[in-house]
Design a protein around this ligand. Structure first.
Ligand SMILES: [Zn+2]
Length: 139
């Protein structure tokens, strides 16, 4: 994708703090970190979303995420926990439309990344269950 920021980083047309790359993935430091060592792992092929990413690339992203998480956890940074985050579509706060996994180390429970919930359930759990199981088995 010509205009994709992450594709330009992958092609080294734009500088980034690349901390790891292999044939299928790249990991960079987030330019606007929520905490120290906030990283982004992305597939080297352009996929907009988690849900339409090729399975091999998705698996590679997961493996790289685990590898970097273990590097962070064994480093001298001193985190105690990590949040892993993938946003899908602008409505869910995806800003760059190239699938990416955030690795956000947690240092103190009350600092860094937080999940805020405004419940908007319209269906009961039984109704939702029926919708999803029907969809799963109708394909
Ligand atoms: Zn891209």
């Amino acid at each position: 994708m010509d205009k994709c920021l992450f594709c330009k980083i992958i092609k080294k047309e734009i500088n980034a703090k690349i901390i790891y790359e292999d044939d299928m993935t790249m990991c960079i430091l987030d330019i606007n970190p929520v905490s120290d060592a906030h990283c982004i792992v992305m597939p080297k092929k352009h996929f907009e979303y988690f849900s339409n990413c090729d399975d091999d690339y998705l698996s590679a992203v997961a493996k790289t995420t685990k590898k970097i998480a273990n590097v962070i956890n064994s480093s001298s940074l001193g985190n105690d926990g990590i949040n892993y985050l993938v946003n899908e579509k602008a409505n869910a706060n995806q800003e760059i439309m190239h699938l990416h996994m955030h690795i956000i180390p947690k240092f103190k429970k009350e600092e860094g990344f937080h999940v805020s919930v405004k419940r908007n359930n319209k269906k009961t759990i039984d109704e939702t269950y029926e919708v999803l199981v029907h969809q799963l088995f109708s394909n």
